[in-house]
Design a protein. Structure first.
Length: 232
């Protein structure tokens, strides 16, 4: 009987740890604003960036998203793809250091894109797609600080940058890695079925965690019954 109880305790512990790991992974994977793909070659031209914005709040909707583009390493030729229900405003700023291109010298570039008018509900996300004419070739990373405003007035500030070799901060800013020229863009986002689709990845992982819990408990119960039936 003691062997059965030990098996039951071990099964319960493994079940709890497995379910917790899956659920925490789902939460971490969907919690913050990200940019896709994860990387582009330095100086890449005529590409697309997608900013994925999940809604973290259970009782409020996301009603405004502000993406700030760096002007010390500017992204040139920004165009915004129209998203149903949303209005995009692109703000440009004069560059401290003009950029020379094949088409001439560029003195202004986009510094902020503000999306308003739409709503991202609880358990949902929105993809905002931005095309660019040219990425900078003089840096290894672009950081896009982002503000996410909710219908209750709360503002999530995705503006923190990780230290070199350090852990990810609590409120990380979306960051694009720029690789050696000639490399390919990596990890494009999975397409949404429709605007405002719920975050199926997080929900799927959550369901998987619950399934692990159920299976673990069933195994433990089977071990207990088997042990009782085995007694003389």
């Amino acid at each position: 009987m003691s062997t059965t109880r030990t098996a039951l305790r071990r099964a319960g512990a493994v079940t709890a740890l497995a379910a917790a790991s899956v659920l925490l992974g789902a939460s971490a994977a969907s919690a913050h604003v990200t940019v896709h793909p994860e990387s582009y070659p330095r100086g890449a031209t005529d590409g697309v960036l997608t900013f994925r914005v999940p809604n973290e709040e259970d009782t409020a909707a996301t009603t405004k998203v502000q993406v700030f583009l760096p002007t010390d390493h500017p992204v040139l030729g920004v165009l915004v793809h129209p998203e149903d229900g949303w209005t995009a405003k692109v703000t440009t700023s004069r560059l401290k250091t003009p950029v020379k291109t094949d088409d001439g010298t560029v003195t202004e570039a986009a510094s902020e894109i503000t999306f308003t008018g739409g709503r991202i509900g609880a358990g949902q996300y929105e993809d905002f797609t931005v095309a660019f004419g040219q990425l900078p070739g003089d840096t290894g990373r672009l950081v896009f600080k982002t503000l996410q405003t909710y219908s209750d007035g709360k503002v999530a500030r995705w503006i923190e940058q990780p230290a070199a070799g350090g852990d990810e901060p609590e409120n990380p800013a979306p960051a694009l890695k720029l690789t050696a020229a000639g490399a390919h863009a990596t990890t494009a986002p999975a397409p949404a079925e429709a605007s405002g689709t719920s975050d199926s990845t997080a929900r799927g992982l959550g369901a998987a965690g619950l399934a692990v819990g159920v299976l673990g408990l069933a195994a433990a119960a089977f071990a207990l019954v088997r042990g009782r039936n085995a007694r003389p």
